[in-house]
Design a protein around this ligand. Structure first.
Ligand SMILES: Cc1ncc(COP(=O)(O)O)c(C=O)c1O
Length: 398
């Protein structure tokens, strides 16, 4: 069993050890790799006693701009706020429609309703789990003021097909990059980073994300100078000058301790993304080697994409049975997401019903996220796939 993969692992000197319960992610192992640097960074902030915004935040924004190759990075308190600030800066509000995906984390759509606009859902594609550009085209009407694709689980949607649908119509493209820090896509022979395709790109630094803080944090990037200025104003109650409020904004600032931690972690993020990619490659080999492909469909990396595998999400037959079995065998898995957004109780007034988004609805019954984090060992990955193999052993397709 696993002969080829074991040989690769041994050759690369990678760990074969395995913990008793395999978690879906393990932040402690990651912390152990950067603990000294992080403590030093926190000490620096404590010594300065400047906790909100300030030089650490500005330095992180500059470093993020360099990494993401963008003119403006504006940090804030969370990925949810990053989306809301982008929509506010785009002037989205009452009476506007915003087209988005029904298969994503709740915040992608809640930011729309929180501003009084209406989410209009366009179904996703079964291979990438990302929004279908063709269905975005069908969903656009005169009321559409923005489109928010989410680059789900770590890879970009075919965003180059969405841009042309919006041009000349006054529709703003806001990319939800919460799960895809470090991802990019080739277009016209050029590499373009997640977040740099639309007017705004929104990131979450929730601790489990590709680039995670040690608390809530987020960031919106943009190329327009005036948009950046507006974002900077909106995050501090709409004030460009202290106590003079040009408009009504929100309180969504990044604190200096999170910025200092993010500065440390940004230096390592490329290594961690590569480790995730390697773990994904190993999962693919193991699933194939165990002849599981008729039971389990591994995630597809779309042509031109650098998938960052924020999550390694398979589609599985008898998903719930498999998940229970794996838990008994010491493997924790997760379901992202068990209910599509158009069927969420809070969006009932949008008027959708079961059957309206068939692909998203089917995915909610089939998807399973296997343990995925940069430090996962080959031994653990083998145990994960062995559990799947045992579950399907002796079964026949019906
Ligand atoms: C796709 C997506 N959008 C938005 C968010 C919101 O980010 P945050 O949790 O930082 O507010 C998340 C994070 O969970 C996410 O996964």
């Amino acid at each position: 069993m696993f002969g080829r993969v074991w040989a690769i692992a041994r050759e690369r000197g990678l760990g074969m050890e395995s913990s008793p319960q395999i978690p879906s992610f393990d932040l402690k192992r990651n912390y152990a790799r950067v603990e000294g640097e992080v403590r030093e960074a926190i000490e620096r902030v404590l010594a300065s006693q400047q906790f909100i915004m300030g030089p650490e935040v500005s330095a992180f924004e500059k470093e993020a701009e360099a990494y993401l190759e963008t003119p403006h990075a504006v940090t804030c308190a969370s990925g949810t706020d990053a989306l809301m600030l982008a929509l506010m800066a785009a002037g989205i509000g009452q009476g506007d429609d915003v087209v988005t995906t029904p298969f994503t984390f709740f915040a992608t759509a809640s930011c729309i309703t929180r501003l009084g606009a209406r989410p209009v859902f366009a179904d996703v594609e079964p291979g990438s789990y990302n929004i279908s550009p063709a269905l975005v085209g069908e969903a656009i009407t005169k009321r559409t003021k923005a489109v928010i694709p989410a680059h789900l689980f770590g890879q970009l949607c075919r965003v180059e097909e969405i841009g042309p649908l919006l041009s000349g119509k006054g529709i703003t493209l806001v990319e939800d990059c919460a799960q895809s820090f470090g991802a990019h896509r080739m277009f016209d022979g050029r590499i373009k980073r997640a977040g740099s395709w639309g007017e705004f790109g929104c990131f979450s630094f929730f601790p489990t994300k590709n680039l995670g803080a040690y608390g809530d944090a987020g960031m919106t990037i943009c190329s327009g100078d005036s948009q950046a200025e507006r974002l900077r104003r909106l995050r501090v109650h709409g004030a460009a000058t202290t106590y003079i409020h040009e408009e009504i904004g929100i309180n969504s600032r990044l604190d200096a301790i999170q910025a200092a931690i993010l500065r440390v972690r940004l230096r390592h993020v490329e290594t961690w993304v590569e480790e995730r990619r390697e773990a994904a490659r190993i999962y693919g080999l193991l699933i194939d080697e165990e002849d599981l492909l008729e039971w389990v469909t591994p995630p597809a990396e779309e042509a031109g994409n650098r998938h960052t595998y924020h999550q390694y999400v398979v589609r599985a037959r008898d998903r719930d049975g498999l998940q229970r079995f794996m838990e008994e065998r010491g493997v924790t898995t997760r379901v992202y997401y068990p209910l599509a957004l158009h069927l969420q109780p809070c969006f009932v007034s949008a008027g959708y019903k079961k059957g309206d988004m068939p692909v998203a609805e089917r995915l909610t019954e089939e998807v399973l996220a296997l343990p995925m984090f940069p430090e996962i060992t080959h031994g653990e990955q083998e145990k994960v796939v062995a559990a799947m193999s045992e579950f399907y052993k002796g079964r026949h397709l019906t």
